[in-house]
Design a protein around this ligand. Structure first.
Ligand SMILES: Cc1cc2nc3c(=O)[nH]c(=O)nc-3n(C[C@H](O)[C@H](O)[C@H](O)COP(=O)(O)OP(=O)(O)OC[C@H]3O[C@@H](n4cnc5c(N)ncnc54)[C@H](O)[C@@H]3O)c2cc1C
Length: 406
């Protein structure tokens, strides 16, 4: 069995959006990186996840100059609809905060990033096993793994980026007496479907009624994504196609006619909120879901991952440029952690708030439902309420540049 060792500035665990965007932006600054990923490129590309990109995320894809198709194949959404007991209120993002979001599925974001990284000769090992990180407290940390042919690989680096998703092993390397884990779970989950049907509506519809929550989202002209609230223990196979559509139609009310078609994917997605603080320890930093997860209601996870990367790149550059006699060499990385976590907590708050606004608690009484009606009215019935939703959903202004026109 062969063994191969390579040396780079930064070793990256995880070839999802956070890991690949980090690798590409480091390369743009002349910093070498290598990525290891447990899954195959094809498997990741087939996994359906995020769909909504904030304007700042789109801007990062454009600025990275990777030939992303986001502006040609993505769809600009200048607003969204909040529906309560069948009454719909449009939140006009453009009018309120002069920004839009874009529907461009995560698997296409992934494909753009992976294709660019490989085209530019970036080192990536797909389908690895036994990957592990060693030596983060030394001057020479390393990634070790077994590649897809069974050969042992070793990547020696000056810094390791843990971008290994919500079940991150990297974050466990931050000692327990250094790390605080903030966590909360929710008593409901999302039942997600993909179906062959035309779009029900041009923009997303977030709906609440006495039977709970539903979300009408889109993928393209012939495939749609929809979700409804369910018990986390739900077996998706127990739900027949017509029962699913009837339930979603009930949440939407009579004002919108749901477009139906053959369902080809059913999944149950549990909800949780998690933050790891700090996002760094010695020669390890975390980015993306490895450091924090949000429930999908606010469409923030992928966007936060990109915000992490945006905050991280200049700090990595600063870290690597220091002389050996620097008195506090890890200060730039701690600085990254503080900056990133400020935004993470804003996103946690919005995701938590939107989740509770839009979902029915299992033990909810009539008072709670009427109180929610009041909260809905306070948001949709006032320009300040609508602006709060629009500002949070589209991503707070601090990271936005001007988007190029299509
Ligand atoms: C149904 C759903 C809908 C969502 N909708 C939205 C949305 O609309 N907008 C939004 O912004 N976000 C959304 N999200 C969240 C978004 O998908 C995640 O936040 C995003 O994938 C985070 O990217 P990441 O690179 O940090 O993690 P991941 O995409 O999870 O990538 C981590 C990678 O690391 C790999 N890995 C794990 N362990 C190892 C190891 N030991 N060695 C090597 N590789 C490893 C994994 O295989 C994976 O490919 C949604 C999520 C779900 C599930």
């Amino acid at each position: 069995m062969a063994e191969h060792t390579t040396r780079v500035d930064v070793g990256i665990v995880g070839g999802g959006p956070a890991g690949l965007m980090t690798a590409l932006l480091l390369k743009r600054r002349g910093i070498s990186a290598a990525v290891v990923e447990t899954r195959s490129k094809d498997e990741i590309h087939r996994t359906q996840r995020a769909g909504i990109l904030e304007a700042g995320t789109v801007q990062m894809l454009v600025d990275a100059d990777i030939g992303s198709r986001v502006l040609t194949d993505g769809h600009e959404h200048p607003g969204t609809v909040l529906s309560f007991e069948g009454v719909q209120h449009r939140i006009d993002f453009q009018e309120l905060v002069d920004r839009s979001v874009w529907l461009y599925p995560q698997n296409e974001v992934f494909l753009d990033l992976a294709t660019a990284w490989e085209r530019e000769g970036g080192q990536i090992h797909w389908s690895v096993s036994d990957s592990s990180v060693e030596g983060i407290e030394s001057d020479a940390p390393a990634l070790t793994f077994r590649d897809e042919h069974g050969d042992r690989g070793r990547i020696e680096a000056k810094l390791i980026v843990g971008a290994d998703g919500s079940r991150s092993k990297c974050r466990k390397l931050i000692p327990e007496d250094v790390r605080t884990d903030y966590f909360t779970a929710y008593p409901f989950a999302w039942f997600g479907i993909l179906c062959e049907a035309p779009p029900t509506a041009p923009e997303l519809i977030y709906a609440n009624s006495e039977v709970g929550f539903a979300l009408i989202s889109q993928r393209n002209e012939s495939v749609q994504r929809m979700y409804f609230q369910c018990d986390p223990q739900t077996d998706p196979e127990q739900w027949e196609e017509e029962a699913i559509f009837d339930h979603i139609q009930q949440v939407l009310g009579e004002g919108v006619e749901l477009k139906r078609g053959p369902i080809f994917e059913k999944t149950v997605l549990p909800f949780r909120s998690y933050v790891c603080d700090p996002l760094t320890y010695q020669r390890l930093v975390l980015a993306g879901d490895a450091g924090h997860t949000v429930p999908p209601t606010g469409a923030k996870g992928l966007n936060l991952a990109f915000c992490d990367v945006r905050a991280l790149i200049p700090r990595v550059e600063e870290f690597l440029a220091q002389s050996e006699s620097a008195t506090d060499p890890f200060a730039p990385l701690r600085n990254y952690s503080r900056t990133a976590l400020d935004r993470v907590w804003k996103a946690q708050n919005f995701s938590y708030w939107a989740t509770n606004l839009l979902h029915r608690q299992p033990d909810e009484n009539a008072f709670a439902h009427q109180r929610r009606r009041g909260e809905f009215d306070a948001i949709t019935g006032s320009v300040y309420g609508r602006a709060y939703f629009a500002d949070s959903y589209t991503g707070w202004a601090d990271i936005h540049g001007q988007l190029p026109h299509r």
